[in-house]
Design a protein around this ligand. Sequence first.
Ligand code: AMP
Ligand code: ZN
Length: 472
Amino acid sequence: MKLPHFMPLRFYNTLTQQVQEFAPAHDNTVRMYTCGPTVYDFAHIGNFRTFTFVDILRKTLRANGFGLNHVMNITDVDDKIIRNAAAQGKTIEDYTATYIQAFLDDCATLRLERPERLTPATQHIDDMAAAIARLGEGSHTYNSEGSIYFRIATFPQYGKLSHNDFGGILAGARVDVDEYEKADARDFALWKAPKPGEHFWEEPIGPGRPGWHIECSVMAIKYLGETLDIHAGGVDLIFPHHENEIAQSESLTGKPFSRFWLHAEFLMVEGQKMSKSLGNYLTLRDVLARGYEPEAIRYLLESVPYRKTLNFTFDGLKSAVTSIERLRNFKLRLETDRYPEGVQERMTARTAAASQAFTDGLNDDLNTAEALAAVFEYVRDANSAMDTGEFRAGDVAGALELLKRFDSIFDVLQPGAKGGQLQDAEVERLIAERTAAKKARNFAAADRIREQLLEQGIVLEDTKSGVRWKRK
Ligand code: AMP
Ligand code: ZN
């Protein structure tokens, strides 16, 4: 008998611009770092496209027999967070707690596995300050008006990830807000001078707060060592964020920061990136409130290979619902129908071929479309074999096994929580948050919470004895 020969696992590496065979550098464990959410608001489903890609990546690595040591940061300090927390009279911790919890809840709803370590930036401020001091000893930094900047001219390889040639335009220029950096190739802030009334940390390098880029370098090296196997995120992070991470990390260690760099393309809405700033976004909760199952969103996000943009439409979401139905119906038919005894050899071969095509698709740079096509073509063939009596009782186990393998990656066959049902405790928590926002005279935030609850069918009534609520 011919043994199946699976294609080796390959990824497109942004650094080399090539598809390369992947295996971890040391032992069997993949050391992987992915950039996590900035917790100043609810994550939108564009963000979750990237986090879902990371989940598929994890599961495919595991299916290839590798162990995982995956670290993801939570960016719980940045300009917006500090500004919003100050405006609401809250500590950073109090302000971000809501959104961290929401992120974790949403990940669970979408069945995204927890990384081996999920770690907030604010627990590593001392490490960051120490790393900045070391960069200073190596003459990679300069101080200006209380802030510390990375001098890109000291890292000649700058641009190697984004394949940009920055020759000539870098010297001397600088800006001090992360938002602005995205538009320009300039020196970037490692440590930002405190602004009046806003939170800062007192460190040997001076009072201030860390820039966004240094947090990832510091946490990645601390937990995973000087050279990672994989670093991943959305394409918008290639420049400047990941380019800056490389500059800092390699200036600190003298070693390559990551062997593979993987980047997920955007979720788009009518030709534009889904983003907070464009206002064209939907949170997971928004979509669930319209009655869709979380699995439908998960499926939609998975169905387009991660290096292609994915245009979000409700029609697309409806076809995701139909696709899941087809698979669930097939599974039900396997489990409940009675078939003639024996094995149909043609079917055994068909199952093996589908299984191989499924694995080959995923191993081909996570080509989820190819993997799904393998399963759906199989389901079509098996269904017609069932209709003509050619599917036998002995073929059931192989078919179920294939569905199990499919679901160990795509994870949509088991119906989960029904969409749109906020738990009572969650409602109470949001109401308490709204009351606190009103007290702090932040009426915009209070209104947003009321609207958010309304979207989920919860009506609030302000009475003398407090807030009452009911489901519409
Ligand atoms: P943020 O919370 O803004 O730091 O983003 C979290 C992750 O979501 C990052 O990896 C981003 O690259 C990614 N991301 C942001 N917008 C989109 C989008 N429209 N489609 C896919 N990924 C996105
Ligand atoms: Zn990062």
